[in-house]
Design a protein around this ligand. Structure first.
Ligand code: 5GP
Length: 362
């Protein structure tokens, strides 16, 4: 057994050091970033925030994200019909998700061709692909990425999840343009409890970005961003993009019905009866939770697989727009505190300071 005793850092272990800045106003901060991908040498510009391919990964979300030039990883249980009915705008902000299976890969190609024939995309390579599995450490996974790259030299491909430098390098060399980083940090994830496996996100970001950038690849820091401040810390820790689920959950744009819960308050009405109040919620769940497996897979959960996700009723938040505005406002504010005129320069301009662990909620 080897024990690594260097302390690894999570969002709560660091704060951003304020610095002298020449930025006059928050409006000067550029949120968009231009990328040139390693393999296809494709250029694209976006605000580098991706909505997670959970119940939040919907075309309704993509309609809104498109206006903000942000991206949505559409969850993989959408049908060909769903894709063909989505608007061109929504598709332009969408990333196609598959797991590590040949049938899902065939389905991706089929839907991509149908979108091209229906003139929903101008070029088959315009549809970004995210190959997403819980544990990206298997040899079979990098072989799968390699096969997809060989067959699709021109697509933008994201592969994950891993959390350490050597596997980032392996996946980029195999054919990924971006590697998704995050083992265990997700709001609905129980991997750290069930398997004891994980890696704190700030250290993972710093170490994995260093590995990726040396190969002209990028990283998407996925999971654990619970506030605009966390997003700013992620970019300072050299994440090229971030992926977020929980912060966008409970909104109109998230899939799922509203759930109404009634409960007794401590107040009495004129007849001395306890007043009943109502609150609305939306169900949000991990994609490998028992709930998700029963909802999406025929035959329910296979009993040899541990469920490493949970479900939670999230208080209904209404439209996702104010949440996005708050997130982008926080990034602009962080930029003015560190003198960064763009998200791209957060890593160069910012300094993180290690602090005693902050409370989860301020
Ligand atoms: P959040 O922004 O909610 O903290 O994290 C979102 C990320 O959690 C997703 O993009 C995905 O990587 C991860 N995730 C989603 N569902 C599950 C699950 O059931 N189990 C685990 N281990 N991770 C999950």
């Amino acid at each position: 057994m080897l024990l690594e005793s260097e302390k690894k850092l999570d969002f709560n272990d660091v704060l951003i050091r304020p610095k002298r800045s020449t930025l006059e106003s928050r409006k000067q901060m550029v949120l968009e970033r231009k990328f040139k991908t390693k393999w296809a040498q494709r250029e694209f510009t976006c605000v580098p925030i991706v909505c997670a391919n959970m119940a939040t990964g919907t075309f309704r979300m993509a309609e809104v994200f498109c206006e903000y030039k942000m991206l949505v990883a559409i969850h993989k249980f959408h049908t060909k019909e769903d894709w063909l009915n989505a608007s061109k705008d929504a598709i332009s902000a969408s990333i196609f998700t598959i797991g590590m299976s040949d049938s899902e890969y065939e389905n991706f190609k089929d839907i991509r061709d149908a979108l091209f024939n229906a003139k929903k995309i101008d070029n088959p390579d315009d549809l970004f692909l995210c190959v997403d599995i819980a544990n990206g450490y298997t040899q079979r996974f990098s072989s799968f990425i390699h096969k997809i790259r060989e067959e699709n030299p021109g697509i933008v491909m994201i592969a994950g999840n891993v959390a350490t430098a050597e596997m980032v390098q392996e996946l980029i060399i195999a054919g990924a343009d971006f590697v998704k980083i995050g083992i265990g940090p997700g709001s609905q994830c129980t991997t750290r409890l069930k398997a004891g496996v994980g890696y704190p996100q700030i250290s993972a970001s710093l170490e994995c970005a260093d590995a990726a950038h040396g190969l002209n690849g990028g990283i998407i820091l996925d999971g654990g961003v619970r506030s605009p401040g966390d997003a700013a810390k992620a970019f300072i820790a050299n994440a090229d993009m971030i992926m977020i689920g929980g912060m966008f959950a409970g909104t109109d744009e998230q899939e799922g019905e509203l759930i109404t819960r009634r409960f007794l308050t401590n107040e009495l009405d004129e007849n001395n009866q306890q007043i009943v109040d109502e609150k609305q919620y939306k169900l949000f769940f991990g994609m490998s939770s028992e709930y998700a497996q029963e909802k999406f897979m025929s035959g329910g959960m296979k009993n040899y697989r541990t469920s490493e996700g949970r479900k939670e009723e999230i208080p209904y938040k209404g439209s996702v727009r104010p949440i996005i505005d708050d997130l982008l406002g926080g990034l602009r504010s962080a930029g003015t505190y560190i003198g960064a005129s763009s998200v791209k320069t957060f890593g160069k301009c910012g300094t993180l300071i290690r602090v005693g662990r902050q409370h989860d909620r301020f």
